[in-house]
Write a protein that binds this ligand. Structure first.
Ligand code: ZN
Length: 148
């Protein structure tokens, strides 16, 4: 529709085709699996925490383009961040994709803003948030995450 949404689509397609931080991690300190039964997305998130900071993060598995691109961008966003910042970003991202971010400055979400459009597609919200739920479960040692 607009140049901007074409750009966003290009970023999603790029991250779907060439996901960043993709693969398993042997020396993770935390991990969790995420499953979105509505779409069939299944991913695993591996995190290595050092001194309260996400020293490394990877994801594996398979899902739709939104799910994989979101997981890819999530890993880029949280790598190097302190754990409380991961929690805060999760909250901001979640608010944005469910359309509850009125009055908040979205620019601090950087590239993650490309998922703002999923608020118009409730089925897709779970695809976009699955990796975030998984990383949160991993850090809380819950082990599994489901969007149900
Ligand atoms: Zn999906």
């Amino acid at each position: 529709m607009t140049d901007l949404s074409e750009l966003y689509q290009a970023v999603i397609l790029d991250h779907n085709k060439h996901p960043r931080n993709f693969g398993e991690m042997g020396d993770s300190t935390h991990q969790a699996a995420g499953h979105n039964p509505l779409c069939g997305d299944r991913i695993q998130v591996f995190v290595r925490v050092e001194d309260g900071i996400v020293a490394n993060i990877k994801f594996a598995g398979d899902g739709c383009a939104i799910c994989k691109a979101s997981a890819s961008l999530m890993t880029e966003a949280v790598k190097g961040q302190p754990l409380d910042e991961v929690e805060r970003l999760f909250g901001r991202f979640h608010d944005m994709v469910v359309g509850k971010d009125e009055g908040q400055d979205a620019s601090e979400l950087g590239k993650l803003q490309i998922f703002a459009g999923v608020r118009d597609y409730p089925m897709r919200v779970k695809c976009a948030t699955l990796s975030w739920h998984a990383v949160r479960s991993a850090l809380n040692d819950a082990g599994t995450a489901s969007t149900e």
